[in-house]
Design a binder for this molecule. Sequence first.
Ligand code: ZN
Length: 126
Amino acid sequence: MSYKEDILRLRAEGKSYSEISHELGCSKGTVAYYLKEDAPAKVVASNPFAQKIINYVDNFKETRPCISCGAYYHKSQLDVLDDNSLDSIIATVVDKETFEKSKRKISQLKFICANDDRLRKFRAAN
Ligand SMILES: [Zn+2]
């Protein structure tokens, strides 16, 4: 399943990563993957394992509670707390072996629900 066309269309309409993520129900990592804007995302673009990792993380999310409110959510409602950590994990995966190794790092990722993430960002900015 690919969000590519919708992501590119919404971005062209001037939507932010968060808005696109919210509207399509996909993670910001997926949005970044298709927009290929920053350096880690360029690594992602040339990495055939990137989509596998993003899918694996999406499934893993549903086994973990939001770090802020402790509730369990649908994968579309959870984001990786630190987007950079997912990019750096993706950058280390080049084959099946490194993909297996990345699962341990993925198991240490923290997730935050969309509601709490918005509140956290609002408080940080004010
Ligand atoms: Zn929460």
